[in-house]
Write a protein that binds this ligand. Structure first.
Ligand SMILES: Cc1cc2nc3c(=O)[nH]c(=O)nc-3n(C[C@H](O)[C@H](O)[C@H](O)COP(=O)(O)OP(=O)(O)OC[C@H]3O[C@@H](n4cnc5c(N)ncnc54)[C@H](O)[C@@H]3O)c2cc1C
Length: 398
């Protein structure tokens, strides 16, 4: 089969790209080896956190930090909200500018699929791409079900996370085949696992969540320190929750520090209350979930200090307890890996691509869009937005 634009991957980026290219009158075929849009359906717990009102290039991690700017300027959160509203799909703002659908993600996916087909793009599902070749000015794609030829090839195969939702490394392999560098790939927006020591201490607290600030980097170097405020959640194997997932995007294997009482000057409170007869464990249970407070006292205070009334603690002991509560530092055993990661950090080196068109500078006609590219967003709608924006940029030129 022949067409102008062949898109590999029917996710957010591939569908957006095919819609945009088809609207320009290009003949478009999308090849998808599973069902299209499975991550769109799974996103935002079924309500798709599809963009963020606070969007800027600063919300993205890339070896080339300015790269996302052009594509993001070409499709803003307001553009997306407007085009959804015109089609009767309503959204709501939650904390930190996150926009979620009022309805279900399926509504968004069906709208996208309808727009793609309405514009003339053909979506072929259940077809796996085996290999790609460039012959003269066009690309030839071999699948289990025949050959497809096109002048433009858009690779929108996503990252490695969540293989059960269709993730493969095809896009990275195609990049390497054409001599493009792929930056190191790692799971991101992913829970940390505990090492043996922390697992022994906190493994039994699964299900407990509390507000905290999670930091990476040296405390003394404020410029290099990355901190994320939000909920943390204890799991059977380690910790998760929004603040931890955010931190995982920037984690390079070092220690993690958690401020368990980010909004409280606990040292000042201890000083004010140093005459009270309340046991330390009961005192902290007013500020933290009780089961956690008890475990924390058990492991971080000297023996006997757990139930000891505040008034019997020395100033030194109170200071040490305050320090421990604001700076719980540990070395994660690792992360939960690609199986549960929301995204893949790293990807096709953006220095190989035009930031305006997503086309490879050294392979004309070859485009990369979405998560397969080395642009990874923070938690909060930024990754879907990147998929829409980069897909749209590619679709305007492919
Ligand atoms: C559970 C979950 C929840 C998420 N929630 C959010 C959220 O609320 N907000 C947000 O911004 N981000 C969220 N994300 C991240 C976001 O979904 C992705 O970053 C985004 O979908 C990436 O879009 P993409 O089109 O680049 O890749 P994908 O959506 O991964 O699409 C790639 C497509 O290519 C297909 N494919 C792969 N290999 C082949 C092959 N060999 N042949 C043919 N087809 C192939 C895949 O089946 C897939 O359909 C979530 C991710 C997960 C896993």
């Amino acid at each position: 089969m022949k067409c102008d634009v062949l898109v590999i991957g029917g996710g957010a980026a591939g569908l957006m790209c095919s819609m945009e290219a088809a609207k320009r009158g290009r003949s478009v075929i999308v090849l998808e080896h599973g069902k299209p849009g499975r991550k769109v359906l799974a996103s935002g717990g079924g309500r798709s956190n599809f963009t963020n009102l606070n969007l800027s290039a600063d919300n993205y991690l890339s070896e080339n930090p300015d790269f996302p700017k052009s594509a993001l300027a070409g499709l803003t959160p307001a553009d997306i909200v407007r085009s959804l509203e015109i089609r009767g799909v309503l959204s709501e703002e939650r904390e930190n500018g996150q926009l979620f659908l009022k309805g279900r993600s399926r509504e968004l996916l069906e709208l996208l699929l309808g727009e793609c087909r309405g514009s003339g793009a053909e979506i072929v599902a259940g077809i796996k791409v085996r290999s790609v070749q460039k012959k003269g000015g066009s690309f030839s794609v071999d699948t289990g079900k025949g050959r497809f030829d096109a002048g433009s090839l858009v690779v929108a195969t996503g990252g490695l996370s969540c293989p059960e939702l269709g993730a493969t490394n095809l896009g990275h392999r195609i990049a390497s085949q054409f001599g493009l560098r792929v930056t190191p790939l790692r799971p991101a927006l992913v829970p940390f696992t505990f090492g043996p020591e922390e697992l022994k201490r906190f493994g039994g607290l699964s299900g407990i969540s509390l507000k905290a600030s999670v930091s990476l980097g040296k405390n003394k170097n404020k410029n290099k320190k990355k901190s994320f405020l939000g909920d943390i959640l204890f799991t059977h194997r380690g910790i998760s929750g929004p603040a931890v997932l955010q931190a995982s995007l920037y984690w390079a294997g070092g220690a993690v520090t958690i401020d368990l009482l980010p909004d409280i000057d606990i040292k000042g409170m201890f000083l004010n209350d140093s005459a009270r007869s309340t046991g330390m464990h009961n005192y902290l249970s007013d500020l933290l979930p009780r089961r956690f407070a008890l475990k924390w006292c058990e492991f971080f205070l000297s023996s006997g200090a757990c139930k000891k009334p505040l008034r019997l603690h020395s100033a030194r002991e109170l200071e040490r307890a305050a320090e421990g509560l604001h700076n719980w530092t540990f070395l994660p055993g690792g992360t939960e890996g690609f199986r549960t990661a929301e995204v893949t950090a790293g990807g096709v080196d953006t220095r190989e691509l035009s930031s305006r068109t997503m086309e490879c500078t050294k392979v004309p006609g070859l485009f990369f869009a979405g998560e397969v590219v080395d642009v990874t967003g923070q938690l909060g709608g930024y990754n879907l937005h990147w998929a829409w924006a980069s897909g749209c940029a590619a679709g305007r030129y492919a």
